[in-house]
Design a protein around this ligand. Sequence first.
Ligand code: SAH
Ligand code: SF4
Ligand code: F3S
Length: 480
Amino acid sequence: MPDPEQSKIAAPTPAGLAEAPPKRVHIKSYGCQMNVHDAERMADVLSGEGYVTTEDSAEADLVILNTCHIREKASEKVYSELGRLRVTKTAREAEGKQTMIAVAGCVAQAEGAEIIRRQQAVDIVVGPQSYHRLPDLVRSAQGRKAIDTEFPEEDKFSYLPPPSAKRLMTRGPSAFLTVQEGCDKFCAFCVVPFTRGAETSRAMPAILEEARQMVAAGVREIMLLGQNVNAYHGADAAGGTADLARLFEALSAIDGLERLRYATSHPCDMQTSLIEAHRDNSKLMPYLHLPVQSGSDRILKAMNRRHTRDFYARIIADVRAARPDIALSSDFIVGFPGETDQDFEDTMALVRETGFAAAYSFKYSPRPGTKSAEGADDVPEAVKNARLQALQALLMEQQNAFNRATIGRTLEVLFEKPGRHAGQVTGKSPYLQAVHIDAGSPEAARALIGTIAKVEIIELSSNSLHARLVSPEAKGGRAA
Ligand code: SAH
Ligand code: SF4
Ligand code: F3S
């Protein structure tokens, strides 16, 4: 799953709380898109308690670090951040202000009380399956520590308040919706089955209801989230089970919902029905993030990925047969224990043969509790660095080639937010490329947000495609 460095969630002040000084919460999120979305839901649940979000941790009564455990670097970042927060907490204390510090997310799940042992300033530790209990935890953490890293019986989604239309609007026309969580695959390197727990799917009716509310609030694109989203098998209204393709079909029937995406998928769960959905469902965007990790059968086996390189190639061929223009993306790990030059060459060859539009690549990081951490981390750091550099250079070349190939083409873009310069507006192409246009004025730019328009791609600039408007609102939905 893409791993944005970190993100901050901002939301408006709820109406009707103007007189009492509002309590402020600052949430900083690390890791994957699911964590970003969890942070949004934490803000929702706390808004019911009168909390408004702030970008400034120094003015926050409650600071939440929503953490990621996937690699050592991500995990250790938390402790340096906590050190800084302790200084803020002490400074605010001198002014008579209380600051509560909470650690949420996957480090919270993995390390529990150990976090408080390492950093006494922490008041609350809450795992990814328990954050619906945040209001209670905040109350019980007055003067003592509160820890909740259970995998509760109840489904947190039935306890989380639906985000208000107003809050949804501030997050833009493209939104996340969690449909599946947890993982039973146990890849040898990965902490996710431990931090997120066993694989579960939400029931289809609840998902459809949430989607309808989102669309009523102005959402035009929904990205379905799950650690293994294509393993989705949720209960349907008739007492049966629906797979992801059927969920897409049901979601497609919602008027005003124009685009569907999903992440992250495992090659072994890439069923025929889902591949066919890429051919038959016009709302399903032509983009597939399908992590492969390595191109060497030997390493794939050691990683417990449960498939061969050939199997991956066959899936890709089937997907391309169903949707020839699909943009492919993947995750790679270099320097897995025992990876030889030849194994790495096999990965490079797989990349050359496949052709990716985007990709994420990482150096292997041994993680506590995982199978591969039991053995030696035996690829020297210098070798890992050299392999990562070579792989990233090749992937970047492919990404640029993919983007260049869209120059001169007319594509539909869903505009999401103002661009970097005044009068600009940016959005995403069907292939998840960032595209910006000059709308002429800030007002014209704002008016385009939430619309899907045809644009002609003109040129490749540093991290976005520059385009010009051909015709606004190509799809029949409402304009912003
Ligand atoms: N659910 C996702 C994985 C999330 S982790 C999936 O199955 O694709 C995102 C990516 O981080 C993984 O695909 C993998 O490439 C990388 N990763 C996971 N554990 C790692 C580790 N121990 N060292 C380095 N990279 C790792
Ligand atoms: Fe981790 Fe593998 Fe599960 Fe993905 S499929 S979350 S990499 S164990
Ligand atoms: Fe990180 Fe947990 Fe996501 S470990 S990548 S935040 S599932």
